[in-house]
Design a protein around this ligand. Structure first.
Ligand code: ZN
Length: 191
């Protein structure tokens, strides 16, 4: 099922996700729905908060994106990124493992808003997958960026929090409009 995507201004985007202790049938349905929702919106990542659930759960798929390459190391061995896609991360822990890199980002909760964001170019990731198995890998490029952007969501952080001051100031009118619109929609939905 394709779910509605929560936009900037909705309070759930600022909530830290609860750890998932049991991978229940409801969680597996949510994972499936999140993949369908991400695909329908042509995203490379989607966090549970973006469909209204404050949980430590995100889905990522960088398959087919060739203009912004990704790298992957499994057990210290360079591996084709497709080996890990599509990717479900539950309770992820992300550790920087490389120098800061600047790259363009967008977010399905911020339609039409894009900016360059600085983040570590390589990260180590430890998480559970949807089968409850521990997965560990090192990644770079677009995948490292997506993992960090999505893990931020799980902690209530948004890419606007990582923009430099000038970029955020330049985007302020659009961000304010979006926030006002989302709050108005929430208010009218409650009536
Ligand atoms: Zn996002």
């Amino acid at each position: 099922m394709i779910l509605p995507i929560v936009k900037y201004g909705h309070p759930v985007l600022r909530k830290k996700g609860a750890r998932i202790e049991n991978i229940t049938p409801e969680i597996l349905t949510l994972v499936q729905d999140m993949f369908e929702t991400m695909e329908a919106n042509h995203g490379v990542g989607l966090a549970a908060q973006q469909v209204g659930h404050a949980l430590q759960l995100t889905v990522i798929d960088v398959t087919g994106i060739t203009d912004r390459p990704s790298t992957l190391e499994l057990h210290g061995q360079p591996t084709d990124v497709s080996a890990l896609m599509p990717l479900v991360l539950i309770n992820p822990e992300v550790t920087p493992a490389g120098e800061i890199a600047k790259g363009g980002e967008g977010c399905l909760s911020f339609p039409e808003i894009y900016a360059d964001i600085e983040r570590p170019g390589i990260v180590d990731v430890k998480a559970l997958n949807q089968k409850g198995q521990l997965i560990e890998f090192r990644c770079g490029g677009l995948l490292a960026r997506a993992v960090q952007h999505e893990t931020d969501h799980l902690n209530g952080l948004l890419f606007i929090d990582r923009m430099d001051k000038q970029t955020k100031a330049d985007l302020k009118p659009e961000l304010d409009d979006l926030q006002v619109q989302t709050k108005a929609e929430l208010k009218s939905a409650k009536k």
